[in-house]
Design a protein around this ligand. Structure first.
Ligand code: UD1
Ligand code: UDP
Length: 377
């Protein structure tokens, strides 16, 4: 069975790395990888770390790319590959333009699609935009839907989706477990990581920040920056912020936050370093999907700078809270969590509602038609 995995952004690469590895290890599968290069630098950081050499590279990224330009480049450059390789399955991940465009290209060639991380929903096409649209398009067309959790599978069932639904857990937990293990078992590596973050002071608490959502561009990002500037006046706090390379993020963040003593603006981090930073953090303030899934397994409180989320499990577990992009609310919620020990303790509990580290194995087995025991959180 020929399986072509297509991915292109940082989070897809992190979450598909365990799948690529499981496909390689599966007798009966001939695996191929195609990266679109939707993210050039941030993708290559992950490929290097997980030792993935892509078979095909569409190299589509342009500075400040448009969604339509990107979609057109992915479809037109993937089409001849589909024609030549004639895969039995194309695997895509999540809700990016890469995933949606690769799915459409595969369906136009009558190739079956497997959707890794299927069934996430907010049921609001604007939040997140355009991801909510992308994942719904993929789920309509996919033959196999690898839903990470029971609630994502329930969404698909309620929509009477045609394909087969398998609850696998999220592959990000596979990637995280492997990475944490690498850091914990390699004293030289953990020493190097500690050394590279020697600017982090041991006597101040750490607020780790990431942000990139398109629906927050403009006022949302200005508000996030104002809130961080206000929080940085606290003497007991240091803010560590790896800034996403999107110019709509770089612009306001560099302009408003460059000259604050307690704010460390750093480059997007390699996954190993970012995992180390999550482990060092006291609180994580983010709008990232992947970070919402990973941080709970470290027992780190997460405040999500969005109004809605497609990942309700950690909110239900009481370890993640939505705080929107209002300045006063971000400052208030972060300060309360820092100052209220009882509240902090209730958030700082390690839970794993998103996976058990075996998702990639379940996906490979399902493609081979083997029986799969679903993930239960
Ligand atoms: C994309 C995904 C989003 C995902 C996010 C993860 C879409 C529509 N958006 O958003 O779902 O959550 O990735 O980070 O698929 N850039 C670089 N170098 C890089 C990466 C980006 O310079 O390595 C710059 C380029 O100018 C590029 C711009 O960022 O044009 C935007 O990249 P794009 O992938 O279109 O959007 P993201 O905001 O990164
Ligand atoms: N991440 C990383 N380096 C960073 C910031 C994040 O490796 O500097 C990882 C993070 O651990 C998670 C993924 O990137 O696995 C999330 O990516 P992002 O927030 O860009 O996208 P999203 O998950 O929101 O689609």
């Amino acid at each position: 069975m020929r399986v072509l995995s297509v991915f292109g952004t940082r989070p897809e690469a992190i979450k598909m790395a365990p799948v690529v590895k499981a496909l390689i290890a599966s007798e009966g599968i001939e695996p191929f990888t195609c990266v679109t290069g939707q993210h050039r630098t941030m993708l290559d950081q992950v490929l290097g770390l997980f030792n993935i050499t892509p078979y095909y590279d569409l190299d589509v990224m342009q500075a400040n790319q448009t969604l339509n330009g990107l979609t057109a480049r992915v479809i037109s450059r993937l089409d001849p590959i589909l024609d030549e390789l004639k895969p039995d399955y194309v695997l895509v991940h999540g809700d990016t333009t890469t995933a949606m465009a690769a799915c459409v290209a595969a369906l136009h060639r009558n190739v079956r699609v497997g959707h890794v991380e299927a069934g996430l929903r907010t049921y609001n096409l604007q939040k997140p935009w355009p991801e909510e649209m992308n994942r719904r398009i993929i789920d309509v067309g996919a033959a196999k839907l690898f839903a990470p959790t029971r609630s994502s599978a329930d969404n698909l069932r309620s929509e009477r989706i045609e394909g087969e639904i398998i609850v696998t857990g999220n592959t990000v937990i596979d990637a995280l477990k492997e990475t944490v293990e690498r850091i914990r078992t390699d004293a030289v590596l953990s020493g190097q990581l500690q050394e590279s973050f020697s600017f982090i002071k041991p006597d101040q608490r750490v607020l780790l920040v990431t942000g990139h959502r398109r629906e927050s561009f403009g006022d949302g990002f200005l508000n996030i920056c104002r809130a961080l500037a206000e929080l940085s006046t606290r003497r007991d706090l240091q803010i560590v912020y790896p800034v996403h390379l999107n110019p709509n993020v770089q612009g306001p963040v560099k302009e408003l936050l460059s000259n604050h003593e307690n704010i460390h603006l750093i480059e997007p981090q390699e996954y190993l370093s970012f995992v180390y930073l999550m482990d060092r953090a006291d609180i994580i303030l983010t709008d990232s999907g992947g970070v919402q899934e990973e941080a709970p397994s470290f027992g780190k409180p997460v405040l999500v700078m969005r109004d809605v989320t497609e990942r309700p499990e950690a909110i239900a577990a009481g370890v993640v809270r939505l705080v929107g992009t209002d300045v006063a609310r971000i400052v208030h919620e972060t300060s309360t969590l820092l100052d209220d020990e009882v509240l902090y303790a209730s958030f700082a509990r390690a839970v794993n509602p998103y996976g058990d580290g075996l998702a990639a194995r379940r996906i490979a087995d399902s493609l081979l038609g083997k029986p799969v025991t679903p993930f239960v959180s």
